[in-house]
Design a protein around this ligand. Structure first.
Ligand SMILES: CCCCCCC/C=C/C(=O)SCCNC(=O)CCNC(=O)[C@H](O)C(C)(C)COP(=O)(O)OP(=O)(O)OC[C@H]1O[C@@H](n2cnc3c(N)ncnc32)[C@H](O)[C@@H]1OP(=O)(O)O
Ligand SMILES: Cc1cc2nc3c(=O)[nH]c(=O)nc-3n(C[C@H](O)[C@H](O)[C@H](O)COP(=O)(O)OP(=O)(O)OC[C@H]3O[C@@H](n4cnc5c(N)ncnc54)[C@H](O)[C@@H]3O)c2cc1C
Length: 662
């Protein structure tokens, strides 16, 4: 391994805490870190994983094809049983497809979970082993060209025919063509298809059906089905997001996944699930996972790259006539990066929380207790929206902080950005999800107005909130939480009262709601912000005695909270809750906290523990040897394969010399 750039080494030498210990906390324990590192090390040593053509120097068809090669490698490994622990599989996949979507990504994240959670026991026994063993490869096909958000308006029909005990799948219009599902275009031979079920002329709404799309012998498309790739996108080059059109395709009655609703042979419809939105369960699962796995990890990688590079990059003067400083020593550079780094830690702890909560509540739901489903739906929707937007903005900030080299694919940042930003749209567009959370907030507000106690994430709505902020220079977590509670409660209340007032003035509820929806999305955002602050504070409180780590995490917590207050100053001050003096103090504390955190900046990103292969960045290399590797990168560019490019002979030569050597 090459020697570490002394500018980076000095940062590591100056850190006040042991990065390994912080890594353990982030991973959920020392044992988890060790196992992750083992899986990554094994993958990194495998030429099938790290070899192959250079991602950025391939065309899109080549990128897809190479991703399929890797998929086959993954499936062969998985078939040996080595990934029976889902976490192992996850680490392996992250190393195999760094910041890329795998062509079989939907198979593992949505197809298999839907089979497992929406099938009857007999169906699960039939389909899950086939999917687990990759004997069938599937995707989750819900969105249509005309509708992704409004699931009640999905047009694909599944019409039951009792005589033959079959459903007939059909795409009646252009807008009903399934559009976007990952891995649908070329890779999958099966899909869970969400279609409106019609029995004897009655529409029972969206239900999941398992449908074969392609032959298991030669991958040819099943008669009556048209399927293909939807073409180049903003990112996601390695995955074949697809379209799918049905022309009266017949499937057996048993292909309706029947955990939540059964259709008997004579066409009698029997609903089993207690909640009519039971068919939406896979979306909750994925939203809960996106917080940590997509939003936070993407941001953590971007922070790693930008912070390391900012300690290697020297530019301009800090002391007149003095040596060029590391750019991270400029206060403005710290202001670009350190609040983003603090938000990354904040999201991380919320991500761990929602992942754990999902499994706890889902277990209850599986036992038949659905009391906490609305809370889970609201929190997972809100956090998905809040963290994916914050990460998208943060990654872009990291790219800008890298100056010109940030614009090069060599930085790794464009790929991280385009992959991550899709998370603001898929699995529920962010505004739509904030509005789902807002429905929950409105209901909770009405409960609180009636004097009822609200619980869980909205417990603060029925509490007596402070009228005046008591935040002082010590920035104690309790006073910070109280300030965020006050802001969220006030915005929720203001929006709720406006709905009531508009209704009292004669507007129908739906109109009053739409006229308040901007306020409500802001209230939902404020609620999520409060929640993320709260979970960060909880983490600090639960930490065992690791004083050095506690100190630096407390600084990050305070920076996250203070930066949030300065960014949304009006929300905290306009009702007289926070004084101008307190706001001024908070603004200055942001600057002080950045100075406190600055010496640990590299250690804080090193603690994310990303191998260079996953970062895929010349700027963010662990060894900091940026310039020699930028030079090498340029030399490897396909345009440099020949001294004179073909286009010269084709176009320039005839113009310049009047002749052509072609
Ligand atoms: C780990 C990384 C993996 C990355 C890969 C991911 C690749 C991407 C895949 C996809 O994008 S798959 C497609 C995802 N699609 C969506 O997310 C669609 C978004 N739309 C919706 O979720 C819904 O349509 C809607 C916006 C929630 C509205 O639905 P609907 O019109 O049916 O609702 P209403 O009749 O208005 O009722 C709302 C009512 O229902 C409750 N509710 C909504 N969703 C759920 C749910 N999932 N679980 C439980 N309850 C739900 C909601 O709270 C309302 O309740 P009340 O307020 O009426 O009590
Ligand atoms: C990369 C990627 C991968 C995807 N993978 C899959 C997949 O594997 N399977 C699958 O089934 N789907 C997939 N999708 C589709 C995805 O789930 C939808 O695109 C997403 O749910 C948004 O729906 P839409 O496209 O209909 O947006 P629209 O709803 O058309 O959004 C357009 C605008 O309208 C606004 N809007 C819509 N409804 C409302 C409302 N009720 N109130 C206020 N504003 C509203 C939105 O906020 C947005 O600003 C994928 C999409 C992408 C980009």
């Amino acid at each position: 391994m090459a020697a570490v750039n002394p500018d980076l080494q000095s940062e590591r030498d100056g850190a006040t805490f042991d990065t390994n210990k912080l890594t353990f906390l982030l991973d959920g324990g020392e044992g988890m870190t060790e196992r992750r590192r083992e899986v990554e090390a094994e993958a990194l040593a495998d030429p099938e994983v790290t070899g192959g053509p250079h991602y950025h120097f391939m065309s899109r068809p080549e990128q897809y094809s190479d991703a399929v090669r890797k998929a086959v490698h993954y499936m062969k490994q998985a078939k040996t049983g080595k990934f029976d622990n889902p976490a192992d599989a996850h680490w392996y996949r992250n190393t195999l497809w760094p910041n890329e979507m795998a062509p079989i990504g939907l198979h593992t994240t949505m197809f298999l979970p839907t089979l497992e959670n929406n099938s009857s026991p007999e169906q699960k026994e039939k389909w899950a082993p086939l999917a687990k063993d990759f004997k069938i490869i599937g995707t989750y096909s819900q969105t249509e060209m005309g509708h992704g958000t409004n699931l009640k308006a999905l047009e694909t029909t599944a019409t039951y025919e009792p005589e033959l005990e079959q459903f007939i799948l059909h795409s009646p219009t252009l807008s009903s063509i399934k559009w976007w599902p990952g891995g649908l275009g070329k890779t999958s031979n099966f899909a869970v298809v969400m279609a409106s079920m019609i029995i004897k002329g009655k529409n029972y709404g969206m239900h999941p059906f398992i449908v074969q799309l392609r032959s298991l012998e030669d991958h040819t498309v099943i008669t009556g089905i048209e399927v293909g790739d939807i073409g180049p996108k903003f990112g996601f080059n390695t995955i074949d997001n697809g379209y799918l059109k049905f022309d009266h395709v017949r499937i057996p009655r048993e292909n309706l996944l029947m955990k939540n609703a059964v259709v008997e042979p004579d066409g009698t419809y029997v609903r089993i699930a207690k909640n009519e939105k039971a068919a939406y369960s896979t979306m909750i699962f994925v939203r809960a996972m996106i917080v940590l796995e997509v939003a936070t990890r993407g941001l953590a990688q971007a922070c790693t790259i930008a912070v390391r590079y900012s300690c290697v990059r020297r530019q301009s003067e800090l002391v007149p006539g003095g040596p060029e400083p590391k750019v991270l020593d400029f206060q403005t550079q710290q202001y670009k990066l350190l609040p983003v780094l603090a938000s990354c830690y904040a999201y991380w702890f919320s991500g761990l929380f929602i992942r754990m909560t999902y499994f706890q509540i889902n277990y209850e739901i599986q036992q038949g207790n659905i009391d906490l489903l609305p809370e889970l739906h609201a929190v997972s929707s809100g956090l998905k929206a809040f963290t994916s937007y914050g990460s998208m903005a943060g990654i872009e900030q990291c790219r800008l902080a890298c100056g010109g080299h940030g614009f090069s694919q060599a930085s790794g940042l464009p790929k991280i950005y385009t992959t991550m930003t899709a998370g603001c749209t898929y699995e529920g567009e962010n505004s739509v999800l904030y509005l789902q959370m807002a429905r929950y907030l409105m209901k909770s507000f009405l409960q609180a107005e009636k004097g009822e106690t609200t619980t869980n994430s909205v417990a603060y709505l029925s509490k007596k909130n402070l009228d005046k902020c008591v935040l002082g220079a010590t920035l104690s977590p309790d006073t910070i939480i109280a300030a965020y509670e006050h802001r969220a409660a006030r915005l929720v209340r203001k929006a709720g009262l406006r709905v009531n007032a508009l209704e009292a003035a004669g507007k129908p509820y739906h109109e009053a709601w739409n006229l308040t929806s901007v306020q409500f999305t802001k209230a939902a955002e404020a609620h999520c912000h409060y929640f993320v602050v709260l979970k960060f504070a909880d983490t600090l409180e639960e930490m065992e005695d690791e004083a050095e780590i506690h100190n630096v995490l407390l600084q990050l917590f305070q920076l996250y909270a203070c930066y949030g207050i300065t960014n949304y100053a009006a929300d905290f001050t306009e009702d007289g809750f926070m004084s101008q003096e307190q706001l001024d103090m908070v603004r200055l504390r942001v600057l002080d906290l950045m100075a406190d955190i600055r010496p640990n900046a590299v250690a804080l990103v090193d603690s994310f523990d990303y191998p260079d292969h996953i970062l895929g960045s010349v700027l963010g290399r662990y060894d900091g040897n940026v310039y020699e590797n930028l030079y090498k990168w340029a030399k490897d560019s396909p345009l440099n394969k020949t001294e004179v490019h073909d286009s010269y002979y084709k176009y320039l030569q005839p113009m310049i010399t009047g002749k052509s050597n072609l």
